[in-house]
Design a protein around this ligand. Structure first.
Ligand code: NDP
Ligand code: GDP
Length: 329
């Protein structure tokens, strides 16, 4: 049996780490694109956390450098390419709109172009986002809901999404786009609201801090677990024909409710600790997102396996354990 090879851009991120773990468990040879950093000692911390840092093969490259992508694809000759790399934090996209466009939008264009030139038979996955729905046009968003982006990040993701569709239609590439709703885990970046909350709750519980400063508590998100969502990425590249799929839980809750669950998990009350800081408000907000994953369920057999309550508990426990080990962090 021939061993399948995958190339993951964004392998050092949350999803890249979980996807690597999944593909390794399926017997894949897993390669990743690694952008050069002065902090090389911490760059693969998520892969280390999952215990797989020595099992993946990393290649020096950057999404903004087409020549590096062509070189790496030529070296790896992958069967499957997962394009997860991005400037992925919405709030930063107002501070660095053009960098976001260059990495998140044109970077995906570079990757598609490199695949077309070097390995046109490879199957390509694009990490699209529910942020593209922005100012929602339907109460439950599906593959047919019109998009209305509300941030430079979402505008950039929309370009990448339509380029994926266009390269499929123009060049017959096997290119699929997963429109994933928010997904979290103990490996989520600390700047995102869920991880910020679970880390804050753990610090307060351990007496390292008293307050947690947040922005808009009324916004609602459809939050799932990243470990479940990377399974959908892999499933999307297995059918005979490429297509686009929404991946979501079908349940939406507010930031306030997420906080109540996280504080409640350690026997605390959020009203005693949460303060509002206008610095965390956004120039334009996405008030509510709620996905309809029916197509992924029917066509791929995918379902979200982890409940929000389980997700919150896992994240709080992981942050408590992390802080007990390294209270200086
Ligand atoms: P992360 O922010 O955790 O990871 C982003 C990855 O992209 C990191 O590995 C980062 O490298 C890499 N990267 C950033 N810029 C470049 C560049 N110029 N060249 C090469 N690599 C680069 O994101 P997630 O894992 O959470 O998300 C994965 C993808 O899915 C992203 O595209 C995100 O926008 C999208 N998405 C995520 C959702 C979520 O809820 N998590 C929802 C919908 C879509 P480094 O480690 O060096 O910073
Ligand atoms: P996003 O959905 O990709 O933007 O993921 P985030 O986790 O960054 O934000 C989710 C929602 O939480 C957004 O609507 C934010 O406005 C809201 N939010 C409220 N307070 C905060 C905060 O302190 N930090 C972040 N990141 N988001 C916050």
């Amino acid at each position: 049996m021939t061993i399948k090879r995958a190339l993951i851009t964004g392998i050092t991120g949350q999803d890249g780490a979980y996807l690597s773990q999944l593909l390794l468990s399926k017997g894949y040879e897993v390669h990743g694109l690694l952008r050069r950093s002065a902090s090389a000692d911490v760059i693969n911390s998520r892969l280390i956390w999952l215990g797989i840092a020595d099992e993946v093969i990393l290649h020096d490259g950057n999404l903004t450098d087409l020549s590096s992508l062509i070189r790496v694809l030529g070296e790896v000759r992958p069967d499957e390419v997962y394009n997860l790399a991005a400037q992925s934090f919405v709030k930063s996209s107002w501070q660095q709109p053009l960098l976001t466009g260059s990495v998140t939008a044109l970077g995906a264009g570079n990757m598609l172009e490199a695949v077309r030139l070097v390995c046109a038979d490879a199957r390509f996955y694009q990490a699209s986002s529910s942020e593209m729905y922005g100012l929602i046009q339907e109460p439950r968003q599906s593959e047919t809901t019109p998009f209305y982006p509300r941030s430079p990040y979402a505008v950039a993701k929309l370009y990448a999404h339509w380029m994926t569709v266009n390269y499929r239609e123009s060049f017959n590439l096997y290119a699929s786009s997963g429109i994933l709703f928010n997904h979290e885990s103990p490996l989520r970046g600390i700047e995102f609201v869920t991880r910020k909350i679970t880390d804050g709750v753990a610090r307060i519980k351990l007496g390292l801090r008293q307050e947690l400063a947040l922005g808009n508590l009324d916004v609602k998100r459809d939050w799932g677990h990243a470990r479940d969502y990377v399974k959908a990425m892999w499933l999307m590249l297995q059918p005979d024909r490429p297509d686009d799929y929404v991946v979501a839980t079908g349940r939406t809750v507010s930031v306030r409710q997420f906080c109540e669950l996280a504080f409640g998990h350690v026997g605390l009350k959020m009203e005693d600790h949460v303060v509002i800081d206008p610095r965390y408000l956004r120039p334009a907000e996405v008030e509510v997102l709620l996905g309809n994953p029916a197509k992924a369920q029917e066509a791929l057999g995918w379902v979200a396996e982890t409940s929000l309550e389980q997700l919150v508990a896992e994240m709080v426990e992981a942050d408590l354990a992390r802080l007990k080990r390294h209270s200086h962090l």
